[in-house]
Ligand binder design. Structure first.
Ligand code: M6R
Length: 359
C-alpha cells in the first residue's frame, strides 16, 4: 500500500531514516556493541581478502563498503560486478570470503558466482532484503537488510540499508579483531546521524524538485562527478536518473573528466558535483569549475562543513565514510522528480524488472 504517496519510490525514499533505526535495533545491544553471529565473525576473521560481488545499485553499495572494511577491520576488499566475475575469475587470494549484496536474493548473475565459489569450498555470506530467497538459502551465512518490501524498480532504501549493514559488519569485525580504528568508530552515533541527515533532505523535497527541473528540463544527458565515496555516489545517482527518467547520465571520478569526457560538455550540460570529503573537496571544486568554464550547468551538492556561498544544496556533514547514506538521498530525489516532471511511471520504468533472474 502506497499510503499517501503517489509512487512507491517516494514512499521508500521516505522510509530510509526508519530503516537506519531499525538496523540499529536489530544489530546493536543496549550498550552500543554491534551483535553479529559468532560463526560469521570467525569466518570473516579467517579470510585474507573479502570479495564483494553484486549487480547494479547493490554493486554501488559494495563500493562504499570497501573502505569501511579496509579501514575498520584491516582486511583488503575487492568489489566485483557479478556478471563479469562469474565468467572471468581474477586470481583469488589463499583464503577468500565472498559477500553477495542483493536486495532480492534472486539475481541470476550472482547465483552463477555463488555456485562456482561454493564448489571451490570458499565461505559465503549473502546480505539481502529477502531472507527466504535463493541466495540466502544457498550461502553459508545470511544477514538481513530489514528494509521492508521494496516495490519500486529503482532501488533506494535497500541501497542505504546495504551501506548501513556493511558499516555495522565492518565495525563488528574490527572489534572482533581488536583494531584501534573500530574502537574509535561509534557506529550507533553515526547511523543515528545519518538517519537525521536523510530526514533533512527528505524535508527539502520542494528544493530538490526545483533543482531537478532547473537542471534537467529539456536535457537528454547529464553528468555526476565526485571523488572517493562521492565517485561511488555519482555512479548510483546517475543510474537512478537513467533508470527512471531515461536521461543518459554518467557518473565519473571527478578527476577523470579532463582525460576525455570533458569534450562532451556543451553550454547547458547538467553536471552535479558531490563535495563531501574534506580530503578532495578543493580538487572536485576545481573540476566543477572546468565544466562551468565550458558552459556546463554545474550544481554543487556539499556537506555543511565544506559548503561555500553559491552552492546549490547543503547536506548535513557526518563521518565521511558514511556520507553516502545522506548524499544519495539528493540523487534519489533528483531522479524521482525528473521522472515525475516527464510524466513517466516512476515505479515501473520501461524494459526493467525488479529482480533480474536471467543472466
Ligand atoms: O536484487 P539485487 O540487489 O541483486 O538487484 C541488483 C540490480 O538488478 C538492481 O540493483 C538494479 O540495478 C536496480 N533496479 C537499480 O535501481
Amino acid at each position: 500500500d502506497k499510503g499517501p504517496y503517489p509512487f512507491y519510490m517516494l514512499k521508500e525514499i521516505n522510509e530510509q531514516p526508519i530503516v537506519m533505526r531499525r538496523l540499529l535495533a536489530a544489530y546493536t545491544k543496549a550498550d552500543g556493541q554491534v551483535e553479529m553471529p559468532a560463526a560469521l565473525l570467525s569466518a570473516l576473521a579467517a579470510a585474507d581478502r573479502l570479495y564483494i560481488v553484486a549487480a547494479g545499485t547493490s554493486y554501488h553499495a559494495g563500493l562504499i563498503g570497501k573502505p569501511l572494511f579496509e579501514s575498520l577491520a584491516y582486511v583488503p576488499v575487492e568489489v566485483h560486478l557479478a556478471s563479469e566475475f562469474g565468467y572471468h575469475l581474477p586470481l583469488l587470494s589463499a583464503h577468500p570470503l565472498f559477500i553477495f549484496l542483493t536486495q532480492s536474493g534472486e539475481t541470476a548473475d550472482i547465483r552463477e558466482v555463488l555456485v562456482k565459489v561454493k564448489k571451490m569450498g570458499a565461505p559465503t555470506l549473502t546480505i539481502t532484503n529477502v531472507v527466504t530467497s535463493t541466495l540466502a538459502r544457498e550461502a553459508d551465512h545470511v544477514l538481513a537488510l530489514h528494509a521492508g518490501p521494496e516495490i519500486a524498480v529503482a532501488s533506494t532504501k535497500a541501497y542505504t540499508a546495504q551501506v548501513a549493514v556493511e558499516a555495522l559488519l565492518a565495525k563488528a569485525l574490527g572489534d572482533f579483531k581488536g583494531t584501534e580504528a573500530a574502537t574509535k568508530f561509534d557506529v550507533t552515533h553515526w547511523l543515528s546521524m545519518a538517519a537525521a541527515g536523510q530526514q533533512t533532505l527528505i524535508d527539502q523535497q520542494a528544493r530538490l524538485h526545483e533543482l531537478a527541473t532547473t537542471l534537467f528540463a529539456g536535457q537528454d544527458r547529464a553528468f555526476y562527478i565526485g571523488r572517493g565515496s562521492d565517485h561511488a555516489v555519482s555512479l548510483e545517482a546517475a543510474l537512478k536518473l537513467k533508470e527512471i527518467s531515461y536521461v543518459h547520465a554518467e557518473g565519473f571520478a571527478a578527476g577523470e573528466l579532463k582525460h576525455g569526457t570533458i569534450a562532451l560538455i556543451e553550454p547547458g550540460t547538467p553536471t552535479v558535483a558531490f563535495v563531501t570529503d574534506p580530503l578532495t573537496a578543493a580538487r572536485t571544486r576545481s573540476n566543477a569549475e572546468e565544466v562551468a568554464a565550458r558552459g556546463g550547468h554545474v550544481a554543487i551538492i556539499a556537506t555543511s562543513d565544506l559548503a561555500e556561498v553559491g552552492d546549490d544544496l547543503v547536506v548535513p556533514a557526518i563521518e565521511p565514510r558514511l556520507t553516502p547514506l545522506v548524499a544519495i538521498v539528493a540523487g534519489q530525489l533528483l531522479a524521482y522528480f525528473t521522472s515525475l516532471d516527464r510524466g513517466y511511471d516512476v515505479d515501473r520504468p520501461r524494459n526493467l524488472a525488479k529482480s533480474v533472474t536471467v543472466e
